[in-house]
Ligand binder design. Sequence first.
Ligand code: PFF
Length: 452
Amino acid sequence: MKDKIRFSSKLGLIAATVGSAVGLGNIWRFPAETQENGGAAFLLVYLVCVCVLGIPVMLAEFTVGRSARADAIHSFQKLTPGKPWWIVGAIGVVASFLILGFYMVVSGWTLEYLVASVDGSLFKAEAPCEAVDFGVKMQEYVQTDVRPILFTLSMLVLNAVVLWRGVTKGIERLSNILMPLLFLLLIVFCCVSLTLPEASEGLKYFFTPDFSKIDGPVIVNALGQAFFSLSLGLGILITYASYYPGTTSLGRTAVTVSMLDLAVAILMGMIIFPVVTTFGIGDGDSLRGGTLVFVTIPEVFTRMQCTRLWSSLFFLLISVAALTSTISLGQVSVAFLQDAFRWSRHKAITCLFLLLLPISVACSLSQGSWNDFKLMGNNIFDFLDNFATNCLLPLGAMLLCIYIGWVLPKSTLIDQLTNRGALRAPWAPAVVLAIKYLAAPLIFVILISNFL
Ligand code: PFF
């Protein structure tokens, strides 16, 4: 039965894959990385990384998934039976599960802020006539014990409902609705941002590169961001590609998905940097992760008309981006449990969420009363984040490149890129070269630099 699962339309499979790629990585990680790594210079290097390395590695994942038509681990077992290459898939399954543990908590916060924007409580000061302190609000919404757990649970349930309905009726249908909504919201915010008084200064910062800023760390950070943003190295794209019909052009899909993901990052830059120059924010930590989304941006909304409306739309945008990414992370484990134990989808989902529950609750509590409980110097949330995204993700991606470049026969890749000869793909040898001689060594550098 499972072998027959396919996305039902070209648009649906693109929407689902873009939905996986577009997430918190584009919305809060990209602007912060851009600012810390020299503005437009970073954007330029990032663009090159996506095109020259991101797309080839995405094609490598698509090839493994569609040729084996199995979950991330069994795909490697099917393609190279009796060899230990399944470990590459196992790294992806473990990494995506751990990432899901803390990503779900952040998704819960975005939902909490959405609700608080709609009911107006986010903008209510402690005492009348006092300004709202969003740092204090963040402590209340994120760093207490009960509230964030309830919203994390809501996000878990929402994910379970979508996955429960399956690949076509759940993931694909939801992505078909939410992805256009996400792009619409981004365009609305972009228009608003571009009308701000100092917008042109912000755009100049974002689009005029200072080439002297490009150095080793900028390249390593841009490549790390490209892999994070495109959801590479986690088995997600192997799993999704196993549902691609045989007639899907992998080359065209990889380019479309990467360009749409890039477009979201660029739109996000076009939203944030005019805000930075107009409202004079952007010093210290104000663009970093949680601070950007939960403190800086709400502060900006208070200086605009229709505060609650803009805030509600913004947190809806982030919640949508987070939801379509969490379902893709979850589907990696669901597909694995189904294949490994011959379980029904519903049993696999129940098991996944029972396993995930304590991890997400622990991550949520680690922002509150469990903050003092440390693993290797970090609280549970930061430990999982560092271990999965800085160690497992690049390790999985590097081993995948070695596997595609040196282990799997070249004909498997070419077969998949040409749909067994039905399409022309004169660029296929360049993909192999990029994977072998550029992606593999550069990801190795990222891995090492994460330990230094
Ligand atoms: N690509 C998505 C994002 O940018 O948020 C999902 C994701 C991928 C999350 C990789 C985390 C991760 F490590």
